[in-house]
Design a protein around this ligand. Structure first.
Ligand code: HEC
Length: 261
């Protein structure tokens, strides 16, 4: 009996290792691992914050380029105060978009300029139209896209800068574009950014790289607007815990000081 125990334990361990191992080494069939180049973001570190100038330029990219295909249904124009835009600026921006305003007295749908309390304009009336004009693919809502994709901001940036000619041996489906970082490498979205795609008011160079960086910063903020607050709170809690540990230790020493050791 005694001699059998280690054998039993060993086979149990081997069984678990096999289970765990098989779970680890079976990726989706024929899928390669794509390594994303790691970027440095202003909002990375424990004390990081959003680069608001970059987020504002990023909103401009979203508004002028991406919003022609991608909705951001969780965003209201008034939320843009979070990237440092003034109420007047927000009013002006909203007024530039036409959104549905419900029904008129005759029961017909009417539309008009958005206000700060409107949701971001949806580019398509429904999914069918969206797919019809995008080679069958649906441009995903961008409100939370940074959280919804593995790799987060690094992935979005890589995707936007990852267009290239397909390798000679790759058969591309019609209407698809080669992208180094999109799973499967064939994406229905054309390269949306180009040199000089938008004019930046602050004279930042409008290279595709800079545009990708700015729009990624904007999308990262949109997905996690409370990130900076959360980090600050985390640091405060950590400091509080350190302080409490010190006080508790001092009190313990004080209480036990007249007990003989
Ligand atoms: C002309 C329409 C169009 C424009 C403009 C456009 N996209 Fe897309 N986008 C699409 C379509 C269609 C898809 C779905 C692609 C697919 O599934 O093959 C997509 C997918 C994406 C995805 C998801 C990729 C994934 O992993 O599933 C991201 C991120 C994205 N777009 C970002 C952007 C950004 C940022 C901009 C603006 C700079 C932009 N897009 C502009 C049509 C567009």
């Amino acid at each position: 009996m005694r001699a059998q125990l280690p054998v039993l334990v060993r086979s149990l361990v081997a069984g678990f290792a096999l289970l765990a191992g098989s779970a680890l080494v079976v990726p989706a069939p024929a899928e390669e691992t794509i390594t994303l180049p790691k970027q440095t973001w202003s909002f990375d570190s424990l004390f990081g914050t959003y680069d608001l100038a970059s987020a504002q330029r990023g909103f401009q990219i979203y508004a002028e380029v991406c919003s022609n295909c991608h909705s951001m249904n969780q965003m209201f124009y008034r939320n843009l105060s979070g990237i440092g835009l003034s109420p007047e600026q927000i009013k002006g921006i909203a007024a530039g978009f036409e959104v549905p305003l419900g029904l008129n007295d005759a029961g017909e749908p009417v539309s008009g300029p958005a206000t700060p309390s409107s949701r971001f304009r949806n580019p398509f009336p429904n999914e069918k139209v969206a797919r019809a004009v995008n080679n069958g693919a649906l441009p995903p809502d961008q409100s939370l896209i940074v959280n919804a994709r593995e790799g987060g901001a690094n992935y979005i940036y890589a995707l936007l800068t990852g267009y290239a000619d397909p390798p000679a041996d790759m058969k591309m489906q019609s209407g698809m574009n080669y992208n180094k970082y999109f799973p499967g490498h064939q994406i229905a979205m054309r390269q949306p950014l180009a040199d000089g795609q938008v004019d930046y008011a602050d004279k930042t160079k409008n290279t595709p790289d800079q545009e990708a960086r700015d729009v990624t910063t904007f999308l990262a903020w949109a997905a996690n607007p409370e990130l900076v607050e959360r980090k600050k709170m985390g640091v405060r809690i950590a400091l509080f815990l350190v302080l409490m540990t010190g006080i508790t230790y001092a009190v313990k020493r004080q209480i036990w000081s007249d007990v003989d050791h």
